[in-house]
Ligand binder design. Structure first.
Ligand SMILES: Nc1ncnc2c1ncn2[C@@H]1O[C@H](COP(=O)(O)OP(=O)(O)O)[C@@H](O)[C@H]1O
Ligand SMILES: [Mg+2]
Length: 409
């Protein structure tokens, strides 16, 4: 592993616990939680609610980190802990290397104004202010002067596709557009971190898909660190660089979508992921294989033919010295060349009977591409170098839901 310039996580949570309840009942609840007692039993015995228990994770700068769990699993509590809207019962949070609980009032205010902004499900827009004024709001609180404020707000509205609605009032906009205003306000504030608590849960599916795509695009361009809360696993898989799964206040699993699909931590997760549309989550990267035979121009046809025979293949990729694909050589040409005693593979003999893809393309885009040619679909990088191949069988196997074990219900 190489050492990167800055390994400090943007957000680090260490053994975070939050119990809602009075002093003694909360202490009892924490003790019971430590003994592994479940939330409902704790509630019954102490009257306190174990909202979040012993949760640790890091969010890297520029990451889109999704916290996913069913209603009541502790997501909102967790995200409120992150900007100290509520105080943890125990555990620690560091933002960009600084302990949150060490901040005084002034530092905390600065953190909320300048480092972390929040986007809510119910927009929290001010009804009597225009879209532009709503977008400016965070900056106004911060005391930014009018011109700079306006410039930032207009830039942000442009980012979310609402430049032409700046003078409208929130009530004149659809739910999706109002959510864009909420996002514009967060972007205008120009904070490093965006906390988004189920921002799209109230939107209908088509608008929601638009908003998801918008977020992915903004994320890739602006490189914000985003903590995105959802109860929808498909949304989590679509958006998340990594996903943290919460159940009854406890962390069940953290990983990338494909990691969680491939190795669910327990039956609960396995049951959950069985509903996921794998064809949209898994990408070429996830099913990439090393090409069994890669050929260079100076190789002898008779030898290449032997290798093909050994691999039961009828063709192979030919690459240059940079591993860029020149074309495909077929066994019938090789056989003829071997008969004629041709010393090297001839560039003119190569055929263009292959398809390529980038590593990040979802399998849904690839199912029509695999199995069409004598060579498997090639995965190439930006310089068109051959990274590996995607055999048809690998795609089909990845799309099949793994059978759950006997104990799963
Ligand atoms: N202020 C509060 N006082 C008491 N209990 C709370 C409070 N906030 C949340 N809870 C409880 O904590 C648990 C987690 O809630 P929450 O974090 O809102 O979950 P989610 O956002 O995943 O739906 C729930 O049982 C909820 O009833
Ligand atoms: Mg919530």
């Amino acid at each position: 592993m190489g050492t990167s310039v800055n390994d400090t996580p943007m957000i680090r949570c260490t053994e975070l616990t939050k119990v809602f309840g009075s002093g003694t009942s909360a202490n009892d609840a924490i003790r019971l939680a430590g003994e592994g007692v479940g939330r409902s039993e704790i509630q019954r015995r102490t009257g306190a609610t174990l909202a979040v228990h012993d949760v640790s994770f890091d969010v890297r700068p520029g990451e889109l980190f999704v916290i996913m769990g069913l209603s009541g699993s502790g997501k909102s509590t967790l995200v409120r802990l992150l900007n100290r809207l509520i105080e943890p019962s125990s555990g620690q949070i560091d933002i960009d290397g600084r302990a949150l609980n060490s901040l005084g009032d002034a530092d905390l205010r600065e953190l909320r104004n300048q480092r972390i902004s929040m986007v809510f499900q119910h927009f929290a827009l001010l009804p009597h202010r225009t879209v532009r004024q709503n977008a400016e709001y965070g900056l106004q609180i911060r005391g930014t002067e009018a011109d700079a404020r306006r410039e930032k707000a207009e830039w942000a509205l442009d980012q979310v596709g609402l430049a032409d609605r700046a003078d409208a009032y929130p009530g004149q906009l659809s739910g999706g557009m109002q959510q864009r205003v909420g996002l514009a306000r967060a972007l205008a504030s120009d904070t490093d971190v965006l906390l988004m608590d189920e921002p799209y849960s109230a939107l209908d599916p088509l608008i929601r898909r638009d908003m998801q795509n918008l977020l992915v695009r903004l994320q890739s361009e602006l490189k914000k660190t985003i903590v995105f809360i959802t109860h929808d696993l498909n949304e989590a898989m679509l958006l998340g660089d990594r996903i943290l799964l919460l159940k009854d206040g406890r962390l069940v699993q953290v990983g990338t979508g494909p990691e969680i699909l491939a190795a669910p931590a327990d039956d609960y997760v396995a049951d959950f992921v069985s509903d996921v549309d794998r064809s949209r989550v898994l990408t070429a990267q996830d099913v990439l294989r090393e090409a069994r035979i890669v050929v260079r121009l100076n190789e002898r046809p008779a030898e290449v033919l032997n290798r093909l025979g050994g691999a039961e293949a009828t063709g192979a990729y030919v690459v240059d010295d940079q591993d860029r694909i020149l074309g495909v050589v077929r066994d019938d040409w090789l056989a003829g060349a071997a008969r004629r005693g041709t010393g090297e593979i001839d560039r003119d003999s190569l055929v263009a009977e292959f398809r390529t893809t980038e590593a990040d393309r979802p399998l849904i885009d690839l199912v029509d591409q695999v199995g069409r040619h004598v060579v498997p679909l090639a995965v190439v990088d930006e310089e068109k170098r051959l990274l590996g191949v995607v055999p048809r069988g690998a795609v089909l196997a990845a799309l099949a839901v793994p059978s759950t074990n006997e104990s799963g219900s």
